[in-house]
Design a protein around this ligand. Structure first.
Ligand code: COA
Length: 237
């Protein structure tokens, strides 16, 4: 995804994280004008890729936008290709996460009030899908958040995301919920000290972290729109 400004100036790393301040994690200046300019460009990036993500998922309203992120406690991880657009860089994908207060059923049907980290939006540009970009983003997020993939809740995951999690993280068995969020059986079963203090207990498995792979970005083609599961207690993303 190309922009009419140099992406590498705004997002200097291949993997970047934007929070409610609307500044990349790498941003350091105290200069007000530089801050404002950077925030403005970040907003343009988020709005454009957010729209593409919404279209890819058949959503009427984008889940990711500058307005929604600004001053929130959510985060958007952005993957770039610094060599794209003649060396100005392109934006390849986004992964939005954040805590949500949820009522989650375990496999025995008992419900728990939790505030897990949720995957709220995930998108890789159509020209780059199925080339490892999604995994690169996801792995970076898992490392940065220090969390195992089974401890994330997913907001209305598409078939592609379910396939992605099965392939890369062997996540298969979903526990049915009364809302649009999806959790897997390992959300509970491999985390015996889950309650209380969910946020503190769902830490990353160091053996998995040690096995982290490296990936390269190469173009791919072919994608399909997906149908989305609909739950009774639809929560806005
Ligand atoms: N159909 C089915 N599965 C797909 C798929 C497709 N069109 N695209 C990706 N996947 C799954 C498959 O398991 C695939 O493995 P395979 O190619 O061996 O079958 C795996 O993801 C590829 O992993 P990776 O290349 O790291 O992922 P990616 O860069 O394609 O990114 C998504 C994954 C889900 C972010 C990307 O497909 C996407 O943006 N899809 C459209 C938006 C969307 O559905 N987002 C999920 C929001 S809930």
């Amino acid at each position: 995804m190309e922009f009419n400004f140099c992406i590498n100036d705004v997002l200097p790393h291949r993997l970047n994280c934007i929070d409610g301040s609307m500044l990349p994690d790498s941003f350091e200046s105290d200069d007000r004008q530089m801050i404002a300019e950077c925030q403005q460009k970040v907003a343009i990036i988020l709005d454009k890729i957010g729209v593409s993500s919404g279209i890819a998922q058949g959503l009427q309203t984008p889940v990711t936008s500058s307005d929604r992120l600004r001053n929130s406690d959510h985060k958007v991880y952005l993957l770039t290709n610094p060599d794209g657009d003649g060396g100005d860089g392109t934006v390849v994908g986004l992964l939005k996460i954040g805590h949500k207060k949820l009522y989650v059923f375990d496999a025995a049907g008992k419900h728990h009030e939790l505030t897990p980290i949720c995957v709220l939006d995930f998108y890789v540009h159509e020209s780059m899908q199925r080339a490892g970009c999604g995994r690169m983003l996801y792995e970076h997020m898992l490392q940065a958040e220090n969390i195992n993939p089974e401890y994330l809740a997913l907001d209305r995951p598409s078939e592609k995301l379910l396939g992605f999690l099965k392939k890369h993280y062997d996540l298969v068995h979903i526990i049915p919920q009364n809302n649009n969020f999806v959790v897997y059986d390992r959300f509970f079963s491999t985390n015996p000290d889950l309650l209380p203090g969910y946020k503190n207990s769902a830490k990353i498995d160091s053996s998995r972290a040690a096995g982290k792979s490296s990936f390269s970005i190469t173009p791919a083609s072919g994608r399909a729109l997906v149908s989305r599961p609909v739950g009774a207690m639809d929560k806005a993303k």
